[in-house]
Write a protein that binds this ligand. Structure first.
Ligand SMILES: Nc1nc2c(ncn2[C@@H]2O[C@H](COP(=O)(O)OP(=O)(O)O)[C@@H](O)[C@H]2O)c(=O)[nH]1
Ligand SMILES: [Mg+2]
Length: 457
């Protein structure tokens, strides 16, 4: 796990809240001190630490308690929100080109930062999502660089292109990209030597190769063990390119990782992945909310936060969301969330029983099928890109094939999910339009098939 020691310290601090019988000013101050100490030990910048702990203390003491929530839950939520804020709030993804155009990614970073390892991990990440990935080695400095990559990627059948004899990195980059373009690969990742120890040389090398291959995105790999020093690299990089993102490595077992993450986040450069180990699978998309949840020791923060969020949610807001949904304006992701919410609340059977006119006699096999579908949907959706999730219309046959390959399902399964989506859309429109009775929706994959029920007023 990433940032283990910071996680332990923060979890310990929060336990003080959950364990104390009354949460008064003393307890809050004590906990805030613990958090302060934990962040400083993780090499987070002092100013940042003061800011974040001041916010936590102020909100914990001053804010009115939302209805239906205990003071403990409220404070936990505040800590979670403030720490998320300073690690970057939004999860950002690597943008892929439309099907048919290969996406070219250029990896840069100083010597030993973990570029080559991360190149391999990233290739594996995309391969698992059904993309054909090619890796280009342009490291003409390190003896055996090509073989390092080839050995790392051979067991997982990812193609590596290079020429151990060549001394011309720019030439290698160009030839490699051309090679994989000709072979119609979806994603081409170019690893570089990064023979420099400081920023200036690094940026120079990056410019040279970028000029030759015109990457869609350049990715700076930063060693997380350098703590808040990471800021200098991130800033130089951000000033040099607009098409850049960052991967921070070695967050496993590094005491200073929190400092690296927060310092880079403060520069505004997007962190898209983190590395947390040497194995090819040890790469995690960086999703601040989920990351902080884990950091604070909530395997299941979602449950707590959903509870907190729901209780304090502005009623007008949720009505608006519902209206949008009813008008058929939702994405695959929205649909999945709705279905998941149902399943989080326990067996679907129970839910169905709560809907007037439904459920009493639902056959068991039907409920089991729905739950199985939900699991399969999740696997399939994990192989889709953000664009596809937001706009399923673009998923034509070649994409269906790719998604099925990536998720280990059949094209028919992918089509079934898309069919369900279309059906739900249609149904919701009907629902929203007439606010009335829905009759006998067709199709056996539709959880509401054949049901009659009235929309509760
Ligand atoms: N523990 C750990 N080690 C890593 C991680 N990423 C890379 N490394 C190690 O860091 C060292 C340098 O990595 P390498 O990819 O060769 O760096 P490069 O010089 O930038 O290409 C190697 O020993 C890697 O195994 C990580 O996330 N966690
Ligand atoms: Mg290397």
């Amino acid at each position: 796990m990433a940032l283990e020691s910071l996680s332990e310290a923060l979890t310990g601090a929060l336990k003080k809240i959950t364990r104390s019988s009354v949460v008064d000013k003393e307890v809050v101050k004590d906990v805030v001190k613990d958090i302060q100490r934990a962040l400083l030990v993780a090499d987070v910048n002092v100013q940042l630490v003061l800011q974040v702990t001041k916010n936590i203390e102020k909100r914990a003491l001053d804010e009115e308690l939302p209805p239906g929530i205990s003071r403990k839950e409220h404070i936990v939520r505040i800590v979670y929100e403030e720490i998320t804020k300073f690690l970057g709030e939004k999860a950002e993804k690597i943008v892929l080109q439309p099907a048919g155009t290969p996406t070219i990614l250029l990896m840069v970073g100083i010597q030993g930062s973990g570029k080559t390892t991360t190149t391999g991990k990233l290739a594996r990440h995309f391969q698992r999502r059904g993309f054909k990935v090619g890796v280009v080695c342009t490291d003409t400095w390190r003896p055996g660089a090509y073989f390092q990559l080839a050995q790392y990627l051979e067991p997982v059948n990812i193609d590596v292109w290079g020429d151990p004899e060549s001394k011309d990195a720019v030439r290698l980059a160009k030839d490699g990209v051309r090679h994989f373009k000709d072979k119609k690969h979806d994603i081409i990742i170019v690893d570089t030597a990064g023979r420099h120890k400081e920023e200036a040389g690094l940026i120079e090398e990056m410019r040279e190769i970028a000029g030759a291959i015109k990457p869609h995105e350049t990715i700076l790999v930063i060693d997380g063990t350098i703590g808040q020093q990471a800021k200098g690299q991130a800033e130089a990089f951000k000033n040099a390119t607009t098409l850049g993102s960052i991967i921070i490595t070695k967050l496993d077992g590094s005491a200073k990782g929190g400092g690296a993450l927060s310092a880079v986040s403060a520069t505004g450069a997007p962190i898209k992945f983190i590395g947390e180990g040497e194995r090819i699978e040890n790469l995690e998309p960086f999703e601040p909310e989920r990351f902080v949840a884990k950091l604070l020791g909530f395997g299941d923060l979602k449950t707590l936060l959903t509870k907190v969020k729901e209780a304090s949610k502005d009623k007008e807001m949720s009505k608006k969301d519902a209206q949008k949904f009813m008008a058929g304006k939702f994405t695959l992701k929205d649909m999945y969330q709705q279905l998941e919410m149902l399943s989080n609340m326990g067996p679907l059977q129970q839910i169905f029983q709560m809907i007037p006119g439904m459920g009493a006699n639902l056959p068991k096999s039907f409920v089991e099928d729905s739950e199985k579908n939900l699991y399969r949907y999740k696997v399939i959706m994990n192989s889709m890109t953000e664009k596809e999730l937001a706009d399923p219309k673009i998923i034509h046959f070649s994409r269906v094939k790719r998604i099925a390959r990536g998720s280990g399902t059949k094209p028919d399964d992918v089509k079934a999910l898309l069919g369900q989506y279309e059906m739900m859309k249609k149904m919701m429109k009907q629902f929203g339009g007439k606010r009335g009775r829905i009759k006998k929706m067709a199709g056996k994959n539709n959880p509401l098939a054949g049901m009659n029920f009235d929309l509760p007023e």
